[in-house]
Ligand binder design. Structure first.
Ligand SMILES: [Zn+2]
Length: 108
């Protein structure tokens, strides 16, 4: 993998991540807003948190599949090359978790 490929994969992955975060926050705050107007609020809140829990699990599975789909897992330790370890990988060319070489500058 080259550096531009890694950066583009991380960028594409983050777009999907933003979509999932927006859906979770919309459910949370939209659901809380609706709760103000619902009678029998305790049962409603139970249902809301059940839906949130299911969304959280579904998006978690989707997130993990998406990591593999974009090839953003370290080939050695299988940990994600996103977030802080991903930034370390961009800066150094090595996995931020185990140090395995991820990308190399072919011009050198
Ligand atoms: Zn690694």
């Amino acid at each position: 993998m080259t550096l531009p490929e890694l950066v583009e994969r991380q960028r594409a992955f983050r777009r999907g991540e933003h979509w999932m975060t927006a859906a979770l926050l919309t459910t949370l705050f939209g659901g809380m807003l609706v709760a103000v107007f619902v009678k029998g609020g305790r049962l409603y809140l139970l249902g809301l948190f059940l839906v949130l829990g299911l969304e959280f699990v579904a998006f978690g599975l989707l997130w993990m599949r998406s990591l593999s789909g974009y090839g953003l897992r370290c080939p050695s330790c299988r940990r994600p090359l996103t977030g802080l370890p991903g930034q370390i990988t961009v800066a150094t060319g090595r996995c931020g978790n185990c140090g395995t070489t991820i990308w190399s500058d072919e011009a050198r």
